[in-house]
Design a protein around this ligand. Structure first.
Ligand code: SAH
Ligand code: SF4
Length: 372
């Protein structure tokens, strides 16, 4: 019998699983706390569970996150893990420490089908959706690895205070597994994050934005990148299916149920393409009816993109235009680019994938086992 991976289940499903093996569903809470709050990877460690239950769990269940292929730390403290999700696919998770918070940037797919022109994940193509275990496993692994590095033993002292679904993949094209992972992030017996500290970023999957608003309205970031349909059609091909008018209407509907009273619009700054004063003016008019903030992202180049980052002066002038119109605008600091951990550089690089395939064919063990 295949064992059930408990990282795949939200708390209601853990309770149902326990009932299915004739155990008391209320043990779910204890089990969840061991796994998510204390980082247990083995049932033996769960000393306040009866020995018979631990033995049963060891036969029927497992706690399995993706294995770590590489663990790199940037000069600025950004830490990136390259994780093995099987069949030569690798995904990336990035931790960004700041003075007042620690943010984990999580992937939801291996590759991405949306294929935005400026994104190296998109250029890599789509491989597959991640499972809930692979999504929440990134947080599980990173939180407990960081605690170990920092020598933090207490279970209530969290290193990761914020999660952004801004790694590889379009989260709303992998709806159910992402939703279950979001619920675990918010669950007090798991990570206990507030809805405001969990941000999902989407390129504009309109029907799923509405569903998310009903199911689990976390903070929402929308990747806008262009002030009109003609340009957005080119940069974000999904725009041909869900054009700006529909996207902005979905943003307004989302705000009726959301924990934040604004949408964060992300806007990648591409030299000569979307960064003129005229574009800024068009943008201000476009978003006039959506309470929003802007986050300008200097384009992070990758080989063969054929695109250039806007100059600092241009980014500053563009930001000023938005601010003059009363829109709070920040420019994202580029972090971790010495380890290719900056936005849009998360590709599980081709050479990594080749190396991974070589490792697999030589049947080498992963460099670090996630459950060790
Ligand atoms: N698929 C989702 C979430 C992952 S992408 C989305 O598109 O929103 C996260 C953010 O990184 C998006 O705003 C995306 O536009 C941005 N991004 C992608 N490639 C980039 C690059 N090369 N330089 C800077 N930002 C990039
Ligand atoms: Fe996919 Fe987001 Fe990259 Fe576009 S920017 S290709 S939606 S990961």
């Amino acid at each position: 019998m295949d064992r059930v991976n408990l990282l795949d289940l939200d708390s209601a499903q853990v309770a149902a699983f326990l009932a299915s093996v004739e155990e008391k569903p209320f043990r779910a809470r204890q089990l969840s706390r061991w796994i998510h709050r204390r980082g247990a990877g083995q049932f033996d460690a769960m000393t306040d569970l009866a020995k018979s239950l631990r033995a049963k769990l060891a036969h029927t269940a497992e706690i399995k996150a993706p294995g770590v292929i590489r663990d790199s730390t940037s000069d600025d403290g950004t830490r990136k893990w390259l994780l093995d999700v099987g069949n030569g696919n690798a995904i990336e998770t990035v931790f960004i420490p700041e003075d007042d918070r620690g943010t984990l940037c999580v992937s939801t797919q291996a590759g991405c089908a949306v294929n935005c022109r400026f994104c190296s994940t998109g250029k890599q193509g789509y491989s597959r959706n991640l499972t809930t275990a692979e999504i929440i496993g990134q947080l599980w692994w990173a939180e407990h690895a960081l605690r170990k590095t920092l020598g933090i033993a207490a279970e209530h002292e969290r290193v990761i205070s914020n999660v952004v679904l801004m790694g590889m993949g379009e989260p709303l094209q992998n709806y159910e597994p992402t939703l279950r992972a979001l619920r675990l992030m918010l669950d007090d017996d798991a990570y206990g994050l507030s809805r405001r500290r969990v941000t999902l970023s989407t390129s504009g999957m309109v029907p799923q934005m509405d569903r998310l608003g009903q199911d689990c309205p976390v903070a929402l970031a929308v990747s806008l990148h262009a002030p009109n349909d003609a340009l957005r059609d080119e940069l974000v091909p999904l725009n041909r299916k869900y054009p700006l008018r529909e996207l902005l209407a979905a943003c307004r509907r989302y705000l009726k149920v959301a924990p934040r009273d604004f949408i964060t619009f992300e806007y990648v700054m591409l030299d000569g393409l979307n960064d003129s004063d005229a574009h800024a003016r068009e943008l201000v008019a476009l978003v006039a009816e959506v309470p929003c903030k802007f986050n300008l992202i200097p384009f992070n180049p990758f080989p063969g993109s054929g695109l250039k980052r806007s100059s600092q002066d241009r980014i500053r002038a563009f930001a000023q235009r938005l601010q003059d119109a009363g829109i709070v605008t920040t420019t994202r600091k580029t972090r971790g680019d010495d380890i290719d951990a900056a936005c849009g550089q998360l590709a599980g690089e081709v050479q990594d994938r080749t190396r991974l395939a070589q490792r697999a064919s030589r049947k080498l063990p992963p460099l670090v086992a996630a459950n060790s």
